[in-house]
Write a protein that binds this ligand. Structure first.
Ligand SMILES: [Zn+2]
Length: 403
């Protein structure tokens, strides 16, 4: 062969090699895309139902599917494992694992990150929205105790419209304090807490599509519980520093809030030990139920200490007495035996023309982390929720006090 032939043959061989390589690459890319498509399909199938919750994965499945979806690259900087000093990438939980009752191993709760970006996510300098966007996740999933429309950070602290945050159930955890402090974001926090989301009892007739219900009553079984009347007003919290807010933590004051604000500021706030808060129902304005015989426009239902523990019911009553707070009416107290409880609303004499339902809580004290398994509600069928939309342009009709 002359040199030209050799030259062209070499080029041809090289070309063939390139073509083969690029074919292999395309086949690999197609296979990868297919795998992603299959995973997505699997997810959307299992997502049919009351929420867009995707399929719960095992820890290993979670890692693997998160890496595959993100093509084994940090979603922020595109580094692969070999590009990082430790030679590894992490499958990051967008919303902290401990906030989920099932561990939160859902594909839509995961993202591939290098160490540097992992830290920024944990420090909440990169928000959960940043992570979802970078990973191309449009299906927002959050643990049951949160409302999907309310912004939270990775650790379950609520983010308010002005960018400040309220303390969530993990706020005081040592590891969380450490990472938030290293990110210098602790200054964004106000010392307040949103009142937790109360789950329905499994047999509560008033469950709506967007409500959350306990799967069973095992948390109450054999325990001493207190059942109080569920009052139809506005959930209100006041603090030892004088701050008072409704569930939504907005600071707007209306005539419907004036009575309760005055009462709490004058009698309660500054008599509380430091860091404590009292939660109760503001019943000044008529919502879905009319009250004409109230002992007070503010009926208290819980007291929380500086460690975020809800006081036992007995201790709560002692403090209520000292502070001049009328408690919500107690309907029943005793040992919870599930099979006897499904019809207790009948024994309690609840009249669903006039009563919304009842709330059950453990008589003992409990930590806020256990709120969802320590308090639950039973709500009448077709009860109209008067939440945020209720206030807009509404003329308030006052309920009446006992004469
Ligand atoms: Zn990165």
């Amino acid at each position: 062969m002359d040199s030209d032939t050799i030259f062209f043959q070499e080029i041809l061989e090289k070309r063939t090699e390139d073509v083969i390589m690029s074919c292999v690459k395309s086949i690999w890319a197609v296979a990868e895309l297919r795998l992603v498509a299959i995973l997505m399909k699997k997810q959307s199938k299992s997502g049919i139902g009351e929420s867009k919750m995707t399929k719960l994965l095992s820890r290993d499945e979670f890692r693997e599917s998160v890496f595959v979806r993100d093509r084994y690259k940090c979603i922020f900087c595109g580094k692969s494992a070999e590009d990082t000093p430790e030679g590894k990438l992490d499958a990051h939980h967008i919303i902290e694992r401990r906030l989920w009752s099932d561990g939160g191993y859902y594909l839509d709760n995961g993202a591939t990150v290098c160490e540097e970006h992992h830290l920024l996510c944990e420090q909440t300098i990169l928000s959960v929205e940043d992570v979802r966007m970078a990973a191309g996740i449009s299906n927002v999933i959050v643990p049951d105790q949160f409302y999907p429309e309310q912004r939270i950070d990775k650790w379950g602290n609520y983010i308010l419209e002005d960018g400040t945050r309220t303390r969530g159930e993990l706020f005081f955890d040592e590891s969380v304090q450490k990472v938030l402090s290293s990110g210098e974001v602790l200054r964004d926090f106000v010392p307040y807490m949103k009142y937790g989301r109360t789950f329905h009892l499994p047999f509560s007739p008033g469950i709506h599509d967007d409500d959350k219900a306990l799967k069973d009553c095992s948390h109450f079984e054999g325990k001493h519980v207190v059942i109080t009347k569920k009052m139809d007003g506005e959930n209100t919290t006041c603090y030892s520093d004088g701050h008072i807010h409704a569930r939504s933590i907005d600071s707007r004051g209306g005539e419907d809030r004036a009575w309760v604000k005055k009462f709490l500021s004058e009698n309660v706030c500054f008599n509380l030990p430091e860091g404590w808060r009292v939660c109760g129902e503001n019943l000044w304005a008529e919502h879905s139920i009319r009250y004409e015989n109230l002992d007070s426009y503010f009926l208290g239902f819980s007291i929380w200490n500086e460690k975020n523990e809800c006081l036992s019911w007995d201790e709560t009553l002692e403090y209520f007495e000292l502070l001049g707070i009328t408690p919500v009416p107690v309907l029943w107290e005793g040992i919870w035996i599930s099979k006897h409880m499904t019809s207790i609303h009948v024994d309690l004499g609840l009249d669903f023309e006039k009563d919304e339902g009842y709330v059950v809580r453990l008589a003992d004290s409990f930590h806020i982390k256990d709120f969802k398994s320590s308090v639950a509600k039973y709500v009448r069928k077709n009860h109209v929720q008067t939440t945020k939309h209720w206030r807009a342009g509404q003329r308030f009709v006052p309920n009446l006090l006992k004469t």
